[in-house]
Ligand binder design. Structure first.
Ligand code: UD1
Ligand code: UDP
Length: 353
C-alpha cells in the first residue's frame, strides 16, 4: 500500500512523527511525505524532522506564506500534480491547517481516499480558519480518525457514523513515548537559575490580528509579576514589532524551541498560558494548569475541574486564572490508550489496501 502523508505546519510534523515511526514496522506500506512548505523557518519546520526522525519529504512544495486563498490554491495545484504522478492508495492528513484542507481536497477530486487524523473536533466558531478547515476536511474524508469520544459524538451528529472510528490521540501517544526521555534529559539551559515560571505561546489569528486583544494579553502577562517564558511564533514576532508592543521586563521572549525542549519546559513550568490547540492537551497530559487565551476550545475534556480555563484576551480573567488551582484529574482515558498510531495504520490497511 502506498500512502502520501501531506503535512506543512509545526503541529503536523509532531503528529506525523508518531505515525511515521510506527509505519516503519509495516514493510507492506510505503509512506511518502509531502511537505507543503506552509512553515519554512528552521525552528518551526526542519528542527522537528531532525529531532523526531521523520523521514525526509520526497516533495517540498515550498508554498510559503500568503493569504488563505492564495496559499491554499497553490497547495491544491501542486499537491494534485504529485498525486497524479504517484497514484497513492490513500492520502493521510492531520489536524486543521491550510495544508490539511488542501491535501484532502486535492485527493478527493482525484477519487483517492482520504484519512483524517483528529477528525470531529469543533470549536463552533466559524470565524476561526481552523474550524472551516476541519469541517471541510471531515466532509470529504473517507476515514475519520477521532481522537476522543466527544469527537465521535460530533461526527455521529453529523451523520458520519460509517466512516468514523475512535482511535485516541496521537499527541497522547507522543507524550507517553517521549516523557521518559524528557525525565532523563537536563533542564533546558534557558531555565537555568529560574525556579518558577509560566510558559506561554501565542499565535492564533484571533489574538495576533486584533490589536486590542494582543495588547490586553501582554498587559496581563506583565501584571502576573511572574517570569514568563515565551517561545515566540514568527507570526506573533512580526506583529509585535509592527504594532510596537512594549514587552515588560518579566517576559522573556525566545525563539520557538524543539519538541523535546518544549515538553521539558512544560514539565518544569508552574502554569501554561496559550492559545495553541496542541499545547492545551500537552498541559493536560502533563498535569499542568492551563490558561487558554481563547473563548472556546475544541478540546473540552481538558476543562475538567479547572485544568484548563478559557480566558480569551480578557486581562482580569487571565489574572484570576493565574491565581486558581485545579481539582482532581480523571479523564485522561478520553484520549485513548497511547496506541492511536497503530490503530490508524491497521484501519488504513483494512480500508484502503
Ligand atoms: C498555522 C495554522 C494554525 C496552526 C499554526 C501552527 C492555518 C490557517 N493556520 O498558523 O492552525 O495553529 O500554523 O503553528 O493553517 N511565518 C514565518 N515563517 C514560517 C511560517 C510563517 O515567518 O515558517 C509567518 C509569516 O508572516 C506568515 C505568518 O507567520 O504570514 C502566518 O503563517 P501561516 O502558516 O499562514 O499561519 P500560522 O499562523 O503559522
Ligand atoms: N511546540 C514546540 N515548540 C514551540 C512551541 C510549540 O515544539 O516553541 C509544539 C507543542 O509542544 C505542540 C505543537 O508545537 O506539540 C503545537 O503546535 P502549535 O501551537 O504551533 O499549533 P496548534 O496546536 O495550535 O495548531
Amino acid at each position: 500500500m502506498k500512502i502520501i502523508t501531506v503535512i506543512g505546519a509545526r503541529p503536523q510534523f509532531i503528529k506525523a512523527a508518531t505515525v511515521s515511526r510506527k509505519l516503519k514496522e509495516y514493510p507492506e506500506i510505503e509512506e511518502i511525505i509531502l511537505h507543503t512548505g506552509q512553515h519554512y523557518d528552521k525552528n518551526i519546520s526542519d528542527i522537528f524532522f531532525e529531532e523526531l526522525n521523520i523521514p525526509s519529504p520526497k516533495y517540498n512544495l515550498n508554498v510559503g506564506s500568503a493569504s488563505h486563498g492564495a496559499q491554499t490554491a497553490k497547495m491544491l495545484h501542486d499537491i494534485e500534480e504529485v498525486l497524479l504522478n504517484e497514484k497513492p492508495d490513500c492520502v493521510l492528513v492531520y489536524g486543521d491547517t491550510n495544508s490539511t484542507i488542501a491535501g484532502a481536497m486535492a485527493a478527493v477530486k482525484l477519487h483517492i481516499p482520504v484519512a483524517h487524523v483528529e477528525a470531529g473536533l469543533r470549536s463552533f466558531n466559524r470565524k476561526m480558519p481552523e474550524e472551516i478547515n476541519r469541517i471541510v476536511t471531515d466532509a470529504v474524508s473517507d476515514l475519520l480518525l477521532a481522537p476522543t469520544k466527544n469527537a465521535v459524538k460530533q461526527l455521529n451528529i453529523e451523520g458520519k457514523q460509517e466512516s468514523t472510528v475512535f482511535v485516541g490521540d496521537v499527541m497522547y501517544d507522543s507524550v507517553l513515548y517521549y516523557k521518559s526521555m524528557i525525565d532523563k534529559r537536563d533542564k533546558p539551559a534557558i531555565i537555568a537559575g529560574i525556579d518558577s515560571f509560566y510558559l506561554c505561546t501565542i499565535h492564533r489569528a484571533e489574538n495576533t490580528d486584533i490589536e486590542d486583544n494582543l495588547r490586553a494579553i501582554f498587559n496581563a502577562l506583565a501584571q502576573t509579576k511572574k517570569t514568563i517564558l515565551l517561545p515566540l511564533h514568527p507570526r506573533t514576532k512580526h506583529i509585535i514589532s509592527k504594532m510596537n508592543i512594549k514587552i515588560a521586563d518579566n517576559i522573556r521572549i525566545i525563539e520557538p524551541v524543539g519538541y523535546l525542549d518544549m515538553l521539558s519546559l512544560l514539565v518544569h513550568c508552574d502554569k501554561m498560558i496559550t492559545d495553541s490547540g496542541g499545547v492545551q492537551k500537552e498541559a493536560y497530559f502533563l498535569q499542568k494548569p492551563c490558561i487558554t487565551l481563547r473563548n472556546e476550545t475544541e478540546w473540552i475534556e481538558t476543562l475538567e475541574n479547572g485544568w484548563n480555563t478559557l480566558c480569551g484576551a480578557n486581562m482580569q480573567a487571565i489574572l484570576d486564572a493565574c491565581d486558581s488551582m485545579p481539582g482532581k484529574q480523571t479523564m485522561l482515558e478520553e484520549f485513548g490508550d497511547g496506541n492511536a498510531a497503530d490503530k490508524i495504520i491497521q484501519l488504513m490497511l483494512k480500508k484502503f489496501s
